[in-house]
Design a protein around this ligand. Structure first.
Ligand code: ADP
Length: 633
């Protein structure tokens, strides 16, 4: 077949552009990426051949690297699974990951180290070859097929495909290096010893031998002979003694093993020899994957049995809320050819999973205690997951109990993150409930008119700024036997003597204003369930609160965003009888409840109360007209 020219998918083109005009500062990582792919291909062949005996399998699995100064190339080959022509097109010419476009847009907006961080999370894998190569050739033959195919590209818009020949299955990748990587400059990727060093540095734990040719001086003077040596130790890191492993070794291991760009935030290395024997090496990445909360995010751990890889992305170990944890489990109690279905039922997997979950909870608790800064770093990336864990623990009191002390919330106390225990610790004796307030962000909550009185009394409020926060609090119900109370809900009241006195006074006033309140309600109509006087405002004129049972206004918005407009908040409009505008309202009311001036004031007050809550009134233009009218009068 002749040479066929094909275009890269648009997203691939843009990604390649980024790689070629390298925003990568570390030029060495291409080797790690290509070795990882080779190692994965060897895993796949081994697993395939468990069920398909026809696959060529007499060759020992290996990865071979040949740097060559004469041709300015470096060649990486494996005798793994290989690819068919179609697979080459779909794996190498396209990026299947969803969210790629959004991701690329984000990168374009970021710059420098922020952009690097982003691209690191995305992982460019094979394309990293173009960091160092001006042309890449890939010759591959799928196990069980006879026809090889050759793919060539210079990383610009297109690539070429043609039929090729190859003796056995596997993949050969030839990088034609850019001149600056051939020794003229800082790097020399054509040098055997340089490459040996990099393999040891980045790929020492790869489970298959990585071999290279070394020239050895023969006895007869200048007749050098070639000796093939395995460069990597192949010893799985997790089988070594914890005390002998340095943090650098762990870091490199995770980068290599999990195709991670940066070192993890926390590492868990657990060995157990109870009813089920296992070793687990897990980590919490430094940054949440860009698609962690998308359905296409593939959570799960790698599974090994007696150090032999069984499968990737095994979801059955960790619960949903710990989906951000990565790593592997190695257990001799699991059979080598276990299927995903059997795994789900497996007693061993359940035992290991439970133990790992407990372990992670415990370690997080310890981190919170011992290294607050690091825990907060963790929280910013993965706090949402823990909150979802609480939300999902609706029927699991034990889980709820083990997660509640891992929660952090921003509060009005110096604007810092606080645990619930810390909040309770600061509560004055008379305060019976834990005060919370939902809102778009801290500033929006601080501007709520209800906050004034709390500020004045020195009472602390927990800010619920993430939509999931309110749901989390609802599931928790209470902490340390203190109920949560939203300051924007109907029932809220302050417990101190002073506030109780003010409240009683206002209730007295309310008794004499029943007609007025009824007429205000009538003037506003449907949206509000009740209009009443309030003791929760100081200088503010109005506020909108919601009924105790249903959703709050911000929950209503969340439901709306999820296309679930059924859940409506019950709105209650509260008026401050000590405010001048209330006197005005009374005066207009006396002139007649049907007067336009009275009605206008009522609806304007309601619209303003909505605005304070960050809700757009039904008819903003009408509100604008009324306000300008008032201002000019
Ligand atoms: P990733 O490894 O994250 O999937 P890559 O861009 O590195 O992304 O590779 C894309 C795909 O190309 C791989 O998932 C694999 O299917 C295929 N591939 C890459 N290198 C090899 C190889 N050496 N042998 C077989 N398939 C490979």
């Amino acid at each position: 077949m002749s040479v066929e020219k094909l275009q890269f998918q648009a997203e691939t083109k843009r990604l390649l552009d980024l790689v070629v005009n390298s925003i990568y500062t570390n030029k060495e990582i291409f080797l790690r990426e290509l070795i990882s792919n080779a190692s994965d291909a060897l895993d796949k062949l081994r697993i395939e051949s468990l069920t398909n005996k026809n696959l060529e399998g007499d060759e020992e699995p290996e990865i071979f690297i040949v740097p060559d100064a004469a041709t300015k190339t470096i060649t990486i080959s494996d005798n793994g699974i290989g690819m068919t022509r179609d697979e080459v097109i779909s794996n190498i010419g396209t990026i299947a990951k969803s969210g790629t476009k959004d991701f690329l847009d984000k990168i374009r907006e970021a710059s420098g180290s922020a952009a690097q961080e982003l691209i690191g999370q995305f992982g460019v894998g094979f394309y990293s070859a173009f960091i160092v190569a001006e042309k890449v050739e890939l010759i591959t033959r799928k196990a069980g097929t006879a026809q090889a195919v050759k793919w060539t590209s210079s990383g610009a818009g297109e690539y070429e495909l043609e039929d090729s020949e190859k003796d056995s299955c596997g993949t050969i990748i030839i990088l034609h290096l850019k001149p600056e990587f051939c020794g003229d400059d800082e790097y020399n990727f054509t040098d055997v010893y340089e490459i040996e060093r990099l393999v040891k540095k980045y790929s020492d734990f790869v489970r298959y031998p990585i071999k290279m040719n070394f020239e050895v001086k023969g006895k007869e003077e200048d007749e050098p002979t070639i000796e093939i040596r395995t460069v990597n130790s192949m010893k799985p890191l997790w089988t070594r003694n914890k005390s002998e492993i340095t943090r650098e070794e762990y870091d490199e291991f995770f980068k290599q093993q999990l195709h991670e760009w940066e070192a993890p935030l926390e590492i868990f290395h657990v060995k157990a020899e109870g009813t089920v024997e296992y070793t687990a090496l897990l980590c919490i990445p430094k940054h949440a994957a860009y698609n962690l909360y998308y359905t296409d995010y593939e959570a799960g751990l790698q599974l090994y049995s007696r150090h032999v890889f069984i499968m990737d992305k095994c979801k059955d170990f960790l619960p949903e809320y710990l989906r951000f944890a990565k790593g592997l489990v190695d257990s001799p109690d699991l059979p080598l050819n276990i299927s995903r279905e059997i795994l789900q039922q497996s007693y061993e997997v359940k035992v290991i999973g439970k133990a790992l979950e407990k372990n992670i909870q415990r370690q997080l608790g310890k981190l919170l205690k011992d290294d607050r800064d690091k825990y907060e770093e963790f929280w910013r990336e993965f706090g949402k997951s823990i909150k979802l864990g609480v939300y999902n623990s609706m029927f699991d009191t034990k889980l709820k109990d083990s997660l509640k002390d891992l929660l952090l919330f921003q509060t009005s106390h110096e604007g810092k993150l606080s645990t619930l225990a810390e909040y309770v610790e600061r509560m004055p004796d008379f305060q019976k409930k834990i005060y919370v307030a939902p809102g778009k962000d801290a500033a929006a909550i601080e501007h709520l008119p209800q906050m004034e009185i709390l500020r004045e009394r020195g009472l602390e409020v927990i800010y619920l700024t993430d939509p999931v926060d309110e749901f989390t609090i609802q599931v928790l119900k209470s902490y340390a036997e203190k109920e949560f109370q939203s300051i924007t809900r109907e029932e809220f009241e302050l417990d101190d003597a002073e506030s109780q006195k003010v409240k009683a006074e206002i209730e007295e006033i309310a008794k004499t204003r029943e007609d007025l309140l009824k007429d205000v309600k009538e003037a506003i109509g449907e949206p509000v369930k009740e209009v009443r006087l309030t003791s929760r405002l100081k200088s503010g004129a109005v506020c909108l609160v919601t009924g105790e049972g249903g959703p709050s206004l911000s929950m209503e918005k969340t439901f709306e965003a999820m296309n679930n407009p059924l859940f409506k908040a019950t709105q209650i409009l509260e008026l401050n009888p000590n405010h001048a505008v209330f006197k005005k309202l009374e005066a207009l009311h006396e002139q007649g409840k049907d007067s336009q001036a009275f009605k206008d004031l009522c609806t304007t007050l309601y619209s303003l109360a909505l605005l304070i809550e960050g809700v757009m009134p039904q008819n903003p233009a009408d509100l604008a007209n009324k306000v300008t009218d008032l201002l000019t009068r």
